[in-house]
Design a protein around this ligand. Structure first.
Ligand code: SF4
Length: 80
């Protein structure tokens, strides 16, 4: 299990993340979020500042999305 965090204040809607991990989607404001209905997504909390998703599934795709994000808005961390 791991956590994906998106800093919505840093996100600029380039969507390099969507091409690397299909759990990333565009929200109604034009920024990235995590699809709460995706198979491996356990929970998604969203505020104006950030999205925090708990995920049990492919870790590699999430790290590829994080590496591809130009403003470094994505953090992927193993759950303690
Ligand atoms: S790649 Fe980064 S900046 Fe671009 S939409 Fe995804 S999270 Fe936002």
């Amino acid at each position: 299990m791991f956590r994906i965090e998106i800093d919505r204040e840093a996100c600029d809607g380039i969507f390099a993340c969507l091409a690397r991990d299909d759990r990333f989607v565009e929200d109604e404001t034009g920024l990235a979020t995590i699809d709460p209905t995706a198979e491996s997504v356990i929970s998604v909390e969203r505020s104006d500042e950030r999205v925090i998703a708990t995920v049990d599934g492919d870790y590699e795709d999430a790290t590829l999305a994080a590496r591809a994000c130009p403003p470094d808005a994505i953090t992927v961390q193993e759950e303690p």
